[in-house]
Design a protein around this ligand. Structure first.
Ligand code: HEC
Ligand code: HEC
Ligand code: HEC
Ligand code: HEC
Ligand code: HEC
Length: 217
C-alpha cells in the first residue's frame, strides 16, 4: 500500500519534541535581550522630601561626592548621608529656611529623612560599587551629570544590555583612579590622553564578567 506521508515525516514529532523547547527558550531569550526596553526608567525623577540640589552642592559649591556618599568606595551600597552631614553646615547656613524644615525636624527627632530611592536594580542582580570605582569607572558613566541636576534623575537604563555593553568593552570608560568623582573629566577616546595600560596605580587590568553568574549569583 502506497504511503500517504513519506517516511521522513515520522520524525516530525521527535523533532518538535526536541527542538520546540530550544526554539521556545530562544524566543524568550530574544525578547528579553533585544526587546527589553533599553530606556525604561531613564528620566525617572521622584519628588524628594527636601529640595536638595546636587547642582548647588556638588556643582556650584564643588563638594566631592564622597563627602556625602562616603561608603561608595568601601561598600556595595553608596550611603545616602545622615542628617548630621547636612547639619555640619546647616546648623549655621540658612538656619531659618523653610525648605530645610524637614532636615531640622529629622535632626531633632533622630528620624531619618525619607529620601526616595532613584536607582534600583532587581534583587536577582548583583551589583557592587567597589570594583567599578577601583577599576576607574567614573560616577558620571552610570549616573550622568549629577552635578547639573537640581533633582536627581536616572540617566542610564541600568538594563542588562547596558551593563554588558560596557563589560564587553570597558576600555573607553576607564579613567585615572583619582578622577572617578570628577564630573568634568572626559573619558572619551578623542579627549582622553590617558593610557590605562601604563598607569602605575593599577595593580591589574580590569576584566568585567560577561558570564551569567557574574551578575546573577
Ligand atoms: C551634600 C551632600 C551630597 C553630595 C556632595 C552629593 N550627594 Fe548625591 N545625594 C545626596 C542626597 C541627600 C541624596 C538623596 C536625595 C536625592 O536623591 O536627591 C543623594 C542622591 C544621589 C543619587 C541617587 C541615589 C538613588 O536614590 O538612587 C546619586 C546617584 C548621587 N546622589 C550621586 C552623587 C554624585 C555622583 C555626587 C558627586 C558629583 C553626589 N551625589 C554628591 C547628597 C549628596
Ligand atoms: C558644606 C556645607 C553644606 C552641606 C554639607 C550641606 N549644605 Fe545645603 N547648602 C549649603 C549652602 C552654603 C547653601 C546656600 C547657598 C545659598 O546661599 O543660596 C545650601 C542650601 C541648601 C538648601 C536650599 C535652602 C534655601 O532656602 O534655598 C537646601 C534645601 C539644602 N541646602 C539642603 C541640604 C541637605 C539636605 C544637605 C545634606 C544632605 C545639605 N544641604 C548639606 C551648604 C551645605
Ligand atoms: C558602573 C556603574 C556605576 C558607577 C560607576 C557608579 N554607580 Fe552608583 N549606582 C549604580 C547602580 C546600578 C545603582 C543601583 C544599585 C541597586 O539598586 O542595587 C547605583 C546606586 C547609587 C546610589 C543609591 C544607593 C545605592 O547604592 O543603591 C548612590 C547614592 C550612588 N549610586 C552614588 C554613586 C557615586 C557617588 C558614584 C561615584 C563615586 C557612583 N554611584 C558610581 C551604578 C553605578
Ligand atoms: C561603564 C562601564 C561599566 C558599566 C556600565 C557596568 N560595569 Fe560592571 N564592571 C566594569 C568594570 C571595568 C569592571 C571590572 C572590575 C575588575 O576587573 O577589576 C566591572 C565589574 C563588575 C562585576 C564584578 C565584580 C567582582 O567583584 O568581581 C560585577 C558583578 C558587575 N561589574 C556588575 C555590573 C552590573 C550589574 C552592571 C549594570 C547594572 C554593571 N556592572 C555596569 C564596568 C562597568
Ligand atoms: C553585567 C551584568 C550581567 C550579566 C553578565 C548578565 N546579566 Fe542578566 N541581567 C542583568 C541586569 C542588570 C538585569 C536587570 C535588567 C532590568 O532590570 O531591566 C538582568 C536581567 C536578566 C533577566 C530578566 C530579564 C528581564 O527582562 O526581566 C534574565 C532572565 C537574565 N538577566 C539572564 C541572564 C543570562 C542567561 C545571562 C548570561 C548569558 C545574564 N543574564 C548575564 C545583568 C547581567
Amino acid at each position: 500500500m502506497p504511503a500517504i506521508f513519506p517516511r521522513w515525516t515520522n520524525k516530525i514529532p521527535l523533532a518538535i519534541g526536541v527542538l520546540g523547547p530550544l526554539v521556545g527558550s530562544f524566543v524568550i531569550f530574544a525578547i528579553w535581550y533585544w526587546w527589553s526596553p533599553l530606556y525604561t526608567d531613564v528620566g525617572y525623577r521622584p519628588k524628594q522630601p527636601v529640595p536638595f540640589s546636587h547642582a548647588l552642592h556638588a556643582g556650584d559649591m564643588g563638594m566631592d561626592c564622597r563627602y556625602c556618599h562616603n561608603t561608595v568606595e568601601r561598600a556595595a551600597y553608596a550611603a545616602i548621608p545622615p542628617t548630621q552631614t547636612c547639619m555640619n553646615c546647616h546648623s549655621q547656613v540658612k538656619t531659618e529656611s523653610p525648605r530645610l524644615g524637614p532636615v531640622r525636624t529629622s535632626f531633632e527627632t533622630g528620624d531619618s529623612i525619607p529620601w526616595v530611592k532613584v536607582h534600583m536594580l532587581p534583587d536577582y542582580v548583583f551589583f557592587d560599587h567597589r570594583p567599578h570605582l577601583s577599576a576607574g569607572v567614573g560616577c558620571v558613566s552610570c549616573h550622568g551629570r549629577i552635578d547639573n541636576m537640581v533633582v536627581v534623575e536616572q540617566a542610564q537604563p541600568l538594563s542588562m544590555g547596558w551593563c554588558l555593553d560596557c563589560h564587553r568593552d570597558p576600555d573607553s570608560s576607564l579613567r585615572p583612579l583619582d578622577e572617578v568623582t570628577n564630573m568634568n573629566w572626559d573619558a572619551s577616546p578623542e579627549a582622553a590622553q590617558y593610557d590605562f595600560t601604563k598607569d602605575p596605580d593599577r595593580k591589574r587590568m580590569p576584566s568585567p564578567p560577561v558570564h551569567c553568574s557574574g551578575c546573577h549569583r
